[in-house]
Every structure is written in structure tokens, then in C-alpha cells.
Design a protein around this ligand. Structure first.
Ligand code: PGA
Length: 253
């Protein structure tokens, strides 16, 4: 039985004035939840304060990206070791906004994944197709290419300590969600792709769905066989919504 995971991705939202109330409300809610692991990925400047607030709690801390380099003359970059230093457990790697808006390539994403794993963080590798790619029936080809870049560099064994997130680009922040069956189909495809290299790792791999997950649609998506939780953007900024989604992910098994 794979454990369930729900991770919030605050993206570039938050402030010192509003974060404490949001974090405290989520902390209070997850304290009573069993059967699901919950995490929040906050912007870099808030890691320190969030880390102090979350210490010893059931809410894990994550970051939204990292440098592929270990240390050195890389102005503006943040290393995996720095994230570990702040108590991060998770780090998103290759989110579609990083790929699409900041030009991250498959090779760079694979290097970031390797850097995160090496530092003992749990990388959450994000893959997903654009609307044009889906309409051109290229979904499997695209997510396979994104996944293979990591498998080729780090090997299937590296996925044993990682999480995969399927996030169709056309569903992110658009209010348009993949149907539970569309999500299931891609999740099953990804799991099978990993299984070609290592069946044991594939069976245990947690694959999250992300893209306009809300309290109203979470349960039906999480009910699918190969969906092990969610990566939540907009709804992670509202404590009641995020907690409702965490509750919907509680495993029944
Ligand atoms: P959304 O974002 O839930 O706002 O669609 C998901 C994500 O980008 O991780």
C-alpha cells in the first residue's frame, strides 16, 4: 500500500503578515489527520519562518525549485544543501512554470532531481503536457521524455526515494481539471514506464495529480487506482480548502 501525500504549492504567494495564520490553521487541521502525509512548498524567503513553525509537526516543509549546482559562483541560486539546512523534506523539480516560463530543459530538470536526491531531499518530479500536445495525441510521448531524462541520469533506483507528479499544463490554474480517467490513464502509463526499468520501485512510487484540484473534485480523482495524492496550487492558499483536500486523500486501505 502506497502512502498518500498532499503537497501545497504556494507559488509566488504569501507574506510575513499572512503566512502565520495560514500555516497555523493548516497545522491545526493536519494534527488530527491520519492516513495522509501533508506538506507545503513555500517561497524561499519564507522557509526560515515556516521551518520554525512546522518543527516537530505533522506538516512537512518543501521548496518549489533548487539549483542543479552544489555551491559556488551561481548568483541568485539556492542549493539543495541550503534547503536541507532549513529543514525542507520535499522540493518540486521541473514544475511546468519552471519549464515553460524559465526555460528549464529536461536535462536541467534531471540534474536538479539528482542534486536534490543527493542532498537527501525528496524530489517531486513534475511532468505534464500542454493543451496542444494533448490535442496532438502526444501526451504519452511528452511525459515519457520528461521522465526518461531523469531515469537515464539517475537510474530507476533514484525514484525509490522520490515522488512523481502528473500535472497537465492545461489544467494548472485554469479551473479545468483532467477527468479522473484521464489522470488515471497517464498515471498508469508513467508507472508502467518506470516498471520497465524496475517493477519494485514502480509499485511503490507515489504519483500525485496536480491541476485545479479543489475540495469538490479531489475525492473522485484520489479514488483512482494509480493516483496517490495531489499537488495543490491555488487551493493550498485557503486553509479550509487545503485541509478538505488532505481529508479527501486519507487512504481507506
Ligand atoms: P493549481 O496549481 O492547483 O492552482 O491548478 C497546481 C500546481 O501548479 O502545482
Amino acid at each position: 500500500m502506497r502512502g498518500r501525500l498532499v503537497a501545497g504549492n504556494w507559488k509566488m504567494h504569501g507574506s510575513r503578515a499572512t503566512n502565520p495564520a495560514l500555516l497555523d490553521a493548516v497545522l491545526a487541521g493536519v494534527a488530527g489527520l491520519a492516513g495522509v502525509e501533508c506538506a507545503v512548498c513555500v517561497p524561499f524567503p519564507y522557509l526560515s519562518e515556516a521551518s520554525a513553525r512546522l518543527a516537530g509537526s505533522k506538516l512537512a516543509l518543501g521548496a518549489q525549485t533548487l539549483s542543479e549546482f552544489r555551491s559556488g559562483a551561481y548568483t541568485g541560486e539556492v542549493s539543495a544543501a541550503m534547503l536541507a539546512d532549513f529543514g525542507c523534506r520535499f522540493v518540486l523539480v521541473g514544475h511546468s512554470e519552471r519549464r515553460g516560463l524559465f526555460g528549464e530543459t529536461d536535462a536541467q530538470v534531471a540534474a536538479k532531481f539528482a542534486a536534490a536526491a543527493k542532498a537527501g531531499l525528496t524530489p517531486v518530479l513534475c511532468v505534464g503536457e500542454t493543451l496542444a500536445e494533448r490535442e496532438g495525441a502526444r501526451t504519452e510521448q511528452v511525459v515519457a521524455r520528461q521522465l526518461d531524462a531523469v531515469l537515464d541520469l539517475s537510474g530507476a533506483a533514484a525514484l525509490a526515494g522520490a515522488v512523481l507528479a502528473y500535472e497537465p499544463v492545461w489544467a494548472i490554474g485554469t479551473g479545468r481539471t483532467a477527468s479522473p480517467q484521464q489522470a488515471q490513464d497517464v498515471h498508469a502509463f508513467l508507472r508502467a514506464r518506470v516498471a520497465e526499468r524496475d517493477a519494485g520501485v514502480a509499485a511503490k512510487l507515489r504519483i500525485l495529480y496536480g491541476g485545479s484540484v479543489k475540495p469538490g473534485n479531489a475525492a473522485e480523482i484520489f479514488a483512482m487506482k494509480d493516483v496517490d495524492g495531489g499537488l495543490i496550487g491555488g487551493a493550498s492558499l485557503v486553509s479550509e480548502d487545503f485541509l478538505a483536500i488532505c481529508k479527501a486523500a486519507v487512504s481507506k486501505g
